[in-house]
Design a protein around this ligand. Structure first.
Ligand SMILES: [Zn+2]
Length: 211
């Protein structure tokens, strides 16, 4: 995937996604990152979408994933840090069609989303289909195995690339708007003028303004 997003596109995706569902946020970020229409990206399977989101975040923020969880027994903070490449094995062949974002969106509008989702992809037994999906693509249900350095408790924690990347984008956009604010206030530049500066040059001016 070629990442085409610059600062204006990323800010647009953030603005478009802030009051949206996680499903829509995932597509908005990917559309900004790739320049492809969201309707086309909605036809990717969820596993394909997530691989593309991992690629996008590696291009924007690097491959290292960091986070903090807390031990369910003793409440100690446990730091998590790993390279995202460890999660990205190739998908296996699924015996049933894998669900896409469009399938999930349609199923969520139904009273019984799980049955509706399975029904859109296959008429086989729901449990069998869901188990086959999980086996076919490990990215559909990512769990991190964590252990507490204090009490030794081990547990599994779900990892969701959409919400992880969204919170990174949220932090980046808020920092960027603050930079625009500081430079606009100091020099009278417009937002597009500030965003058109290279990241390096912007930091140089911020160094002058904030010193
Ligand atoms: Zn503990």
């Amino acid at each position: 995937m070629t990442v085409v997003a610059g600062a204006p596109e990323l800010l647009d995706a953030w603005e478009a996604g802030w009051d949206r569902t996680p499903l829509e946020r995932g597509l908005a970020m990917l559309a900004a990152g790739t320049g492809r229409p969201a309707a086309e990206l909605a036809r990717l399977t969820i596993g394909q979408r997530d691989r593309a989101l991992f690629e996008l975040r590696a291009a924007l923020f690097g491959p290292a994933l960091d986070g903090v969880s807390s031990c369910p027994d003793c409440d100690t903070d446990v730091e998590v840090s790993f390279d995202q490449g460890r999660l990205l094995g190739p998908p296996l062949q699924a015996p049933y069609p894998l669900p896409t974002s469009a399938d999930v969106a349609a199923a969520l509008a139904d009273g019984d989303p799980c049955d509706a989702l399975v029904g859109r992809c296959s008429d086989a037994d729901a449990e069998q289909v869901v188990a086959a999906w999980a086996a076919a693509d490990p990215l559909l249900d990512v769990e991190l195995c964590l252990s507490c350095p204090d009490c030794g408790r081990a547990w599994a924690e779900s990892f969701d690339i959409v919400s992880y990347l969204w919170s990174e984008l949220d932090g980046w956009c808020r920092r960027t708007l603050l930079e625009v604010h500081d430079l606009a206030a100091a020099y009278g530049w417009t937002e597009p003028q500030v965003l058109a500066l290279s990241a390096w040059r912007r930091q140089c001016y911020l160094g002058l303004v904030r010193s």
